[in-house]
Ligand binder design. Structure first.
Ligand code: GUN
Length: 282
């Protein structure tokens, strides 16, 4: 037995194609297509590659995009002023600040500056509050992409034990809430969890979002489980590796997301959806 690989490229392409088909009607109704603005600070190669992927996806779908590239030395004040301008710009529907930011810039302050209505990442405290209160909100892209991949493979979290490793604001916390909303029993594990293997061996759904290559090995996985690997680690071999050791997990798991080509493309597709959602809410 070998796990079914969850093809994020294919599912994300279907999402993008659906959006692409809607563009002519949006243009006819509103006189323009949605516009995403991506802000990148500094020259982190990984961030640059992610931003290129986001801009390329806008082109594919037929949406407008703008890229604001700022030097590493940009001051917090300047960055906040640029966000303020974009907040007031009626031609801009979504604003995304690529993370991480340089140390001299307060990330929370920056994320709070984006008006919630244009917060395509769903990182603004008001969107976070709406998510946890069960209100309509912009759902963060990666967690939303994880849920969409499960759905596309007919995996219903209801009644299942879901173990999420990692408690970040970007992935671990929101994906736990989304799994809870779909009636999973959710365990949030992290670096201080003592009996990790004991927990993961019981997981029907295992989401790993830590940023440590090969953290989860086959001996930690329940046979038949759905294993979602959110990790993207570039190792010395120059290749991308997930947080899951695919070689030992694939023979045990029922489903596994590949890295690359699993969760990554889904994040971008969900960003496209969120941009259209912000556009339509205006
Ligand atoms: N850096 C890593 N993941 C993300 C994300 O989902 N959004 C933004 N803005 N930056 C990131």
């Amino acid at each position: 037995m070998s796990a079914i690989l969850m093809d994020g490229k294919q599912v994300s392409l279907a999402v993008k194609d659906t959006l692409k088909e809607r563009m002519p009607a949006l243009k006819a109704q509103f006189g323009r297509v949605p516009c995403l603005t991506v802000i990148i600070v500094g020259e982190n190669p990984a961030s640059q590659s992610y931003v290129r992927g986001k801009v390329k996806a806008c082109e594919y779908v037929g949406m407008d995009s703008r890229q604001v590239s700022l030097p590493e030395s940009v001051s917090e004040e300047e960055l906040l002023a640029i966000i303020g301008d974009l907040n007031r710009d009626d031609a801009v529907d979504g604003i995304l600040v690529q993370l991480p930011l340089p140390k001299h810039i307060d990330e929370s302050k920056v994320l709070e500056e984006i008006v919630p209505a244009k917060d395509v990442d769903g990182f603004h405290p008001s969107n976070v509050a709406d998510l946890w209160l069960g209100r309509k909100c912009i759902v963060p892209c990666t967690p939303k992409g994880v849920m969409r991949l499960l759905e596309a493979h007919g995996i219903d979290p209801a009644g299942k034990l879901a173990v999420v490793i990692g408690r970040s604001n970007i992935v671990g916390k929101p994906v736990s809430k989304l799994l809870l909303d779909r009636n999973a029993t959710v365990v949030m594990a992290h670096s201080r969890t003592k009996n990790l293997k004991e927990l993961t061996l019981q997981a029907d759904i295992l989401v790993v979002a830590v940023g440590r290559a090969g953290l989860v090995t086959g001996d930690m996985v329940k046979p038949g489980a759905a294993v979602i690997d959110v990790g993207i680690n570039r190792l010395d071999d120059g290749k991308l590796h997930g947080d899951v050791d695919a070689a030992t997990v694939e023979p045990v798991a029922g489903y596994l997301t590949p890295v690359p080509g699993g969760v990554g493309p889904m994040t971008i597709a969900m960003l496209m959806e969120n941009t259209v959602e912000c556009f339509l809410r205006k």
